[in-house]
Design a protein around this ligand. Structure first.
Ligand SMILES: Nc1ncnc2c1ncn2[C@@H]1O[C@H](COP(=O)(O)OP(=O)(O)OP(=O)(O)O)[C@@H](O)[C@H]1O
Ligand SMILES: [Mg+2]
Length: 239
């Protein structure tokens, strides 16, 4: 088997002196797309913030494309192609859609080809093309999610981490985003997606990880064929 793309070993981190990630170990091989589920407040977002260099690791290691990135800066991690589209509304509210997207291409390589990338983002999310001059504070929740994912794409990710992309969206918009994510995956960008709804992940991901209390509790090798009951049991810790 070829080397993993992302390899996380015994990772620990937290805030101040309070630990959140106790011992996270998993790896992602080439072409895998991973779904991540787990109860609220158990460290999913903290895991991504630690992988991105925004929260310092206390111990353990993160390797991406064969290189140790555990202590690299957030900008240099983005530059290597590990990009995290954050949970919640983290856009610049007074900036337009276009301005926010430009900011997603702040590092050197992506900056050079941002005109081309922006057209790709608009082809995935045609609504954003129509609203390119609109301030982000006036967008709907679904449109903001599209800009958030678009900003991630602007950095030319090799691996794109999506932290609850459909939170609070209607079933119709959720389906629209699912199709957009499918297009992104088909274009060769590997994804890691956090979702509260395991069914949403079934067709998008190849494997599911369950994170609770800051550790990876379980893995389901084939998320397409998963048994819903089993997931629910694991979710609530009775498996
Ligand atoms: N900036 C922060 N400072 C201090 N504690 C924090 C901070 N961010 C998160 N925490 C705490 O870390 C723990 C894990 O939070 P985290 O956001 O990683 O969980 P999560 O699994 O992503 O939850 P959710 O499903 O609600 O998004 C929680 O107890 C939270 O209160
Ligand atoms: Mg979270």
């Amino acid at each position: 088997m070829s080397d993993p793309i992302l390899d996380v070993t015994a990772l620990r981190s937290g805030y101040g002196r309070v630990p959140v990630l106790h011992d996270i170990t998993f790896s992602i091989a080439e072409r895998e797309n991973i779904g991540l589920i787990g109860p609220n407040g158990h460290g999913k977002t903290t895991l991504f913030r630690t992988l991105s260099g925004l929260v310092p690791a206390w111990s353990g290691s993160v390797r991406f494309l064969g290189e140790d990135i555990t202590r690299k800066s957030p900008a240099s991690i983005v530059e290597r192609g590990l990009i995290h589209a954050p949970q919640g509304n983290k856009l610049f509210p007074d900036f337009t859609v276009l301005e926010n997207l430009w900011l997603g291409a702040f590092v050197k390589g992506p900056r050079a080809q941002r005109k081309r990338t922006i057209e790709q983002v608009f082809s995935i999310f045609p609504r954003l093309a129509e609203r390119r001059g609109q301030r982000c504070s006036t967008l709907s929740g679904g449109e903001r999610q599209m800009v958030t994912i678009g900003c991630g794409l602007m950095g030319l990710p090799k691996m794109l981490i999506l932290d609850e992309p459909t939170l609070g969206l209607s079933p119709k918009l959720k389906a629209e985003l699912r199709d957009a994510i499918e297009t992104i995956v088909a274009s060769g960008v590997q994804t890691v997606i956090v979702e509260q709804d395991p069914e949403f992940l079934q067709t998008l991901t190849t494997r599911l990880l369950l994170v609770s209390e800051g550790v990876v509790r379980a893995e389901i090798a084939d998320s397409g064929g998963l048994e819903h009951q089993r997931i629910v049991e694991m979710y609530f810790g009775h498996a």
